[in-house]
Ligand binder design. Structure first.
Ligand SMILES: Cc1cc2nc3c(=O)[nH]c(=O)nc-3n(C[C@H](O)[C@H](O)[C@H](O)COP(=O)(O)O)c2cc1C
Length: 389
């Protein structure tokens, strides 16, 4: 970077790792796992290795079980083949000098019988149908949108089995050579469905007051920390998020409590999806509720805080400078700029991302975004290891 005091470029400690800077790659679903079996491939390894200069990479959301899948072609971490596929990814990232955490995912109601084992109903805290559509594969092998169905409410007796699904995914991620895991409790998926009052109408010990709505998350954190040690575990939350038809009647109480409880867990970090994303991006005045929420989380959570959503280099610097976050995660900018930290250092122009190639497909819009070196005429680094040919 041009100025030595730029904070994005300052090193930081994250759990047991020393990171060289604060530019994190946010989790990005790309729906390009090999079929059948949702297995990571050499193409996926290439994509992640290209982005190894991130402070650390958080993988795309990865289902911990077949029940946890909600979109066509997303990778899993429940089969032997998937573990082997992911090992190819972690080795490629490590060879390129990077660190990589896996985002552990169960979608809950954001699924469809066509994605579920034996065509069963998706599960959720309560039998409440989300507005919107599921992304499934049709008979021609193409992606298709179909309306969501009403999910089946989980029985109390099933709750330990849900925790086990995350623990199993966490053990498999360890086996696959990851450096840590992030528990996906954001964006309207299973754990977020338990947290938010509009999707959780239960009357047992997993519903009602926030202490109950947070229970599943805290049980999952404990089980995953048992596998990894809490200092290699992060959690992602999306307070005030409405994606996937979400909402909470008293978000400050809900997320204030959860941030405080997570602060007692000794995690590597808490990662929040910025509730002021749209305003930040458009340069407009954010909703005061969103700013209050960011301050509240900062106050209640004792530990390293990552914020993602709508940042460019200058707004990221400003947030670090104001002490609102310790690291910033970039999604779409990392998707389109494999060498994002280098571009920030040089204040170089960025490639624009192409939303038409976000989900599904092959190398186009995935591994073919050029680096600065390529734009200067250098040949791209060979990406696929010889052993895979
Ligand atoms: C194509 C795409 C896929 C995404 N997939 C995930 C995901 O798998 N898990 C997750 O927690 N967030 C996911 N997100 C949200 C991003 O992690 C990030 O919060 C969002 O893009 C806002 O950050 P940005 O403004 O830097 O792009 C996704 C976003 C995009 C654009």
């Amino acid at each position: 970077m041009s100025k030595s005091n730029e904070r994005l470029c300052q090193p930081v400690r994250l759990g047991r790792y020393d990171l060289p800077h604060r530019i994190v790659m946010a989790p990005l679903t790309r729906s390009r796992a090999r079929q059948p079996g949702n297995v990571p491939s050499p193409l996926n390894a290439c994509y992640y290795a290209q982005r190894a200069s991130a402070a650390f990479i958080i993988t795309e959301a990865t289902q911990v079980s077949m029940q946890g899948q909600g979109y066509a072609w997303t990778p899993g971490i429940h089969s032997r083949e998937q573990i082997e596929g992911w090992r190819g990814v972690t080795e490629a990232v490590h060879r390129a000098g990077g660190l990589i955490f896996m985002q552990l995912w169960h979608v809950g109601r954001i699924s469809h019988p066509r994605l579920q084992p034996d065509g069963m109903l998706p599960v959720a805290p309560s039998a409440i149908k989300p507005a919107g559509q599921a992304f499934v594969e049709n008979e021609k092998g193409e992606g298709e949108l179909v309306p969501f169905v009403t999910p089946r409410a989980l029985q109390l007796e099933e709750m330990p089995y849900l925790v086990q699904q995350y623990a199993h995914g966490a053990r498999n991620a360890l086996d696959a050579g990851f450096d840590g895991v992030e528990i996906h409790a954001a964006n309207g998926y299973l754990l977020d469905q338990f947290i938010n009052s509009t999707t959780n109408h239960r009357t047992d010990r997993y519903g009602g007051p926030v202490e109950n709505r947070a229970r599943l998350l805290l049980e999952v954190v404990a089980a995953v920390a048992e596998v990894w040690g809490s200092d290699r575990v992060g959690v992602r939350l999306s307070p005030l998020g409405s994606f996937n038809d979400m909402g909470d009647t008293d978000p400050e109480t809900t997320f204030g409590y959860i941030a405080e409880k997570l602060g007692e867990c000794g995690l590597a970090y808490l990662h929040i999806v910025n509730p002021a994303t749209a305003a930040l991006e458009q340069g407009t005045e954010p909703d005061p509720r969103a700013l209050r929420m960011v301050d509240l989380i900062r106050k209640k959570y004792r530990g390293t805080l990552i914020v993602a959503g709508g940042f460019d280099q200058d707004t990221a610097e400003a947030w670090l400078e104001q002490g609102k976050a310790d690291l910033i995660a970039f999604g779409r900018k990392f998707l389109a700029n494999p060498d994002l930290p280098e571009r920030f250092r040089q204040r170089a122009p960025l490639n624009a991302d192409d939303p038409s190639t976000y989900y599904g497909g092959g190398a186009k819009g995935y591994t073919d975004y050029p680096t600065l070196a390529q734009l200067r005429g250098e040949k791209p680094q060979p990406c696929v290891d010889d052993r895979w040919r």
